[in-house]
Write a protein that binds this ligand. Structure first.
Ligand code: BTX
Length: 326
C-alpha cells in the first residue's frame, strides 16, 4: 500500500492529491492514507500537506530501495527482487542466509554494514549512505571451477557502469576496481556447492561512492579512495547501482547460457591495472615476483616470473599485489 501511494504521488508531482482521492483509488480510508504518508515522511520523503488540497511530493531521499532505483533499471531479473536494509552486519552473510529461498538475481542491499567483509575475513569499511554495499544471489548451472569468472563479470560490470557515467577506472585482477592507483571497489565472491553442482553463488560488491577523506582511517587513505574524492562531486548512487545491475546482467546471460565471456575478458584486458606491470604473487605462503603479461580466455592472469617461467594464475589460489601501487 505504501509503495502504491508513493507511486501515485510521484506520478502526480505537480499537483496536490487529496487523501480522499488517493483512498478512493486504492480502496482504503483517508485515515489509513494519513498513516502511510507519515511513514513515508519518516523514511525521508518530503511530502507537503495542505488542508483541503491534499498531499504533494517535493523531495525523495537518497536511498537504494527498489522503488527508488527502478526507473534506471532495464534488467530482466537481476535486481528485480531487492532485500533492503538500513543497517546489517554484512550483505554477503544475509544473502547466504536467504539464498535458497529466493530467486536468482535477488540483491541484498544495506545503507550501512557493521561487519562488512573482505577476502580472508578482512574488514570492509561501509559507512551509512556513503557507498553501495550489496550482494547478488546467482544460481548458474555450471561447474564450481567456473565460478571465479563471475568475479570478472562483476568487475567488468562495475567498470562499464562507471564509464557510462563518465568515470574511468582500472580493473586490478581479479576483484578490485582502482582509480588513480587507489581502491574504489572490492568484490567478494563466495559459493555453496556440492561435488559438481552449485547451490548458489553470492557476489558481494562494495563501492566507495560519496565517502569523504575523513571516512577512511589514516592507513587506508593512502590505498583507498571514493568516486566523490576523485570526481570532486557527489555521485548519484541510484543511477550507479542500477547501471551496475544492468551491465552485469548483460554479461551474465551469455556466461550462464553459453559460457561466453569474451567481451568481459576484452574489458578486463583493456582496462587492466596489472598487465605490463611488475606483480608479486603470493601462493601457498610463498611470494614470487614477476611481470603480468596478459589475461587468457579462461580469465586467468598470465605471469612471467623472474626465473623465466610462465604460469597461468587462478584467482582462487593467489593474492596478487602490484609493486608500483595501483
Ligand atoms: P579485500 O580483502 O581485497 O580487501 C579488504 C582490504 O581492503 C582491507 O583489509 C583494507 O585494507 C581495505 N579496505 C577496507 N575497507 C575498504 C574500503 N571501503 N575501500 C577500500 N579499501 C578498503 C575486497 O576484499 C572485497 C570487499 C567486498 C565488500 C563487499 S561490500 C558488500 C558485500 N558484503 C560484504 O560483507 N562484503 C561485500
Amino acid at each position: 500500500m505504501k509503495d502504491e501511494i508513493l507511486r501515485l504521488l510521484k506520478n502526480n508531482k505537480d499537483e496536490f492529491l487529496s487523501g480522499e482521492k488517493i483512498g478512493e483509488k486504492l480502496g482504503v480510508s483517508r485515515a489509513a492514507i494519513w498513516k502511510y504518508i507519515n511513514v513515508l515522511k519518516e523514511e525521508g520523503y518530503g511530502i507537503e500537506s495542505v488542508p483541503k488540497q491534499g498531499y504533494r511530493i517535493v523531495s525523495v531521499p537518497d536511498v537504494l530501495t527498489y522503488e527508488e532505483i527502478k526507473e534506471y533499471l532495464s534488467t530482466k531479473f537481476v535486481g528485480r527482487n531487492i532485500c533492503y536494509f538500513d543497517t546489517i552486519s554484512s550483505t554477503n552473510m544475509e544473502a547466504k542466509r536467504i539464498a535458497l529461498k529466493n530467486p536468482e538475481g535477488t540483491v541484498v542491499i544495506s545503507e550501512e554494514q557493521a561487519k562488512g567483509k573482505g577476502r580472508l575475513d578482512r574488514n570492509w569499511v561501509s559507512p551509512p549512505k556513503k557507498g553501495i554495499w550489496m550482494s547478488m544471489i546467482l544460481k548458474p548451472e555450471t561447474e564450481p571451477t567456473k565460478v571465479a569468472k563471475i568475479t570478472l563479470l562483476g568487475a567488468a560490470g562495475v567498470n562499464k557502469a562507471l564509464e557510462d557515467m563518465g568515470i574511468y577506472s582500472k580493473i586490478k585482477w581479479p576483484n578490485d576496481i582502482v582509480i588513480d592507483g587507489k581502491k574504489v571497489c572490492g568484490i567478494l565472491t563466495e559459493m555453496s556447492c556440492e561435488l559438481n553442482m552449485i547451490n548458489y553463488v553470492i557476489m558481494g560488491i562494495g563501492i566507495n561512492v560519496n565517502m569523504d577523506r575523513e571516512d577512511f582511517s589514516e592507513n587506508l587513505i593512502n590505498k583507498a579512495t571514493s568516486l566523490k574524492i576523485e570526481q570532486n562531486k557527489e555521485i548519484n548512487r541510484k543511477e550507479l547501482l542500477a547501471g551496475i545491475l544492468n551491465r552485469f546482467e548483460e554479461f551474465y546471460i551469455p556466461f550462464k547460457e553459453d559460457n561466453e565471456i569474451s567481451e568481459v575478458i576484452e574489458i578486463c584486458k583493456k582496462n587492466s591495472a596489472l598487465i605490463g606491470k611488475k606483480v608479486r604473487v603470493i601462493k601457498d605462503g610463498e611470494t614470487k615476483t614477476g611481470k603480468a603479461l596478459d589475461i587468457n580466455n579462461e580469465g586467468q592472469l598470465i605471469v612471467m616470473f623472474e626465473d623465466g617461467s610462465i604460469e597461468n594464475i587462478f584467482s582462487g589460489e593467489v593474492s596478487v599485489r602490484g609493486l608500483e601501487g595501483y
